[in-house]
Design a protein around this ligand. Sequence first.
Ligand SMILES: [Fe+2]
Ligand SMILES: [Fe+2]
Length: 191
Amino acid sequence: MGDPVSEYKIAKEIFAHGRDLILTDEAQRMKGFVQHGTTSVFEHAVSVAKFSLLLADSIETVFRKKVDRRSLVRGAILHDYFLYDWHEKNEYHNLHGFTHPGRALRNAQRDFDLNEIEKDIIRKHMFPLTLIPPRHIESFIVCTADKWCAICETFKIDVSSYIIYRVNLHHDLVRGRITPGKHFHIGKELR
Ligand SMILES: [Fe+2]
Ligand SMILES: [Fe+2]
């Protein structure tokens, strides 16, 4: 985990770009499916969004290349929007590693409006397992962050619990599941 101040800033940026996705019942369904170890698909997606933003920071600084951070976050949140338990073996999702980007993209296009970069992020995030390389820098970033997060989750290395807590807190505040008090100020949280 990074320091709480930068984690808080990242959580705010994730919410700023992906608020309308995160708050939907559809995206919240990802909490019901396990990704790696004990991490849900939703938590994985938030973690991938976090590391995608950190990678974007480095790329923007070192290469002076502009990254579409909004598409980056939105693609990261939806990159594994396949909505089934991939640990359960059946013919419907037999070759999960190869087929789930396509399934995630179809689900995401059904439920949300996506731009071309977001579609490319979802479709290509398993490269090089799926052979067609990403077309945009944002897709390369999510593809890389995804692999890092998968390793951490598999080996139970906690890299994102604080940011997941912040994103869930935003969600619960907006949904009225917790009431703003002296520690939480809804206006400030969501600005
Ligand atoms: Fe995936
Ligand atoms: Fe993933």
